[in-house]
Design a protein around this ligand. Sequence first.
Ligand SMILES: Cc1cc2nc3c(=O)[nH]c(=O)nc-3n(C[C@H](O)[C@H](O)[C@H](O)COP(=O)(O)O)c2cc1C
Length: 322
Amino acid sequence: MTPLDEQALAGCVRTATLAPSLHNSQPWRFRIDGGTVEVFADRSRQLEVLDPSGRELLISVGAAVFTLRLAIGMQGRIPEVTIFPDPARPDLVARIRAGQVTTPSAQVNALAAAIGSRHTNRLPFANAVVPADSMEHLCAAAAREGATLTRAGAVSRDTIIGLARTAEARLRGRGGYRAELGRWTRPRSYRQDGIPHTAYGPWDALEHLPLRDFGLVHPQPQRPSARFEAHPTIVVLATDDDTPADWVRAGQALQRVLLTATHHHLATTPISQPVEIPAVRDLLTDPATGRTAQIIIRLGYAAPAAATPRRPLTDILESGQP
Ligand SMILES: Cc1cc2nc3c(=O)[nH]c(=O)nc-3n(C[C@H](O)[C@H](O)[C@H](O)COP(=O)(O)O)c2cc1C
């Protein structure tokens, strides 16, 4: 079997960078060697204040790993993935070989088609119910990646929103939080990472939904306010355990869920403040199963959101022997 050529794999890496990441930090590097792509965590891009353990960094890298799997699948190859292949190199998160020739399945085609149109959406969502059929697909997507997705009922939804509000207030009081947020939201016209003001979304006029306020440090003049949905649809993505391998698993599951949602014309907002304060995160752990919450996702129907920039391949990709 001839290995997939380097140019095709570089194209797959470019696609993988469209994955979501905490504050659009894009904390990843890639290396192509023969028909294999290695995916590394880039610790220089870790958010030290918000994410001291690197949990969300590995969720972000996991999302890129899942996207790379799809891109290789679309090249007509079966991706053979090993997570943490070398215990002596903990930042080598995955090694993915473009394996046997195959015809991409309808599911791979559908998820891959959603990669370019999935964007985090911080606009108000319609007051409409997410159909049970779509919800089943989303839960199945998480399960396929070894994670669990649970829709919050009315009571737990209000509890989670309350917890998110508490977490947001505590985070703002955490030393260095504003400075770090400011670094990732600093306006720069040529910037290829971080959150541009076009992605902040409007103010929640009733201050009901605890969406992260990316305009806190560099406020955008005349930012509009809007009424958000009164009863948001909230789901919790959880894993059985809470090791670095679980964080990578959660990232792969997150991207599979987000792309499935996009395919079902659903808008999505990852919400992570409640899982950034350990005491608040503990309250989201299911006492019956012991499963650990990794991230919250808001789902619904909305106008399309704007794309955010990505760093060029020259910054993140190397080839050949180290
Ligand atoms: C681990 C993780 C945590 C995130 N937390 C939040 C959050 O709390 N609030 C939010 O609005 N977006 C959150 N996001 C979305 C990122 O800000 C978004 O992916 C990034 O800015 C890139 O934009 P895109 O998703 O539109 O490509 C999170 C994403 C990841 C992967």
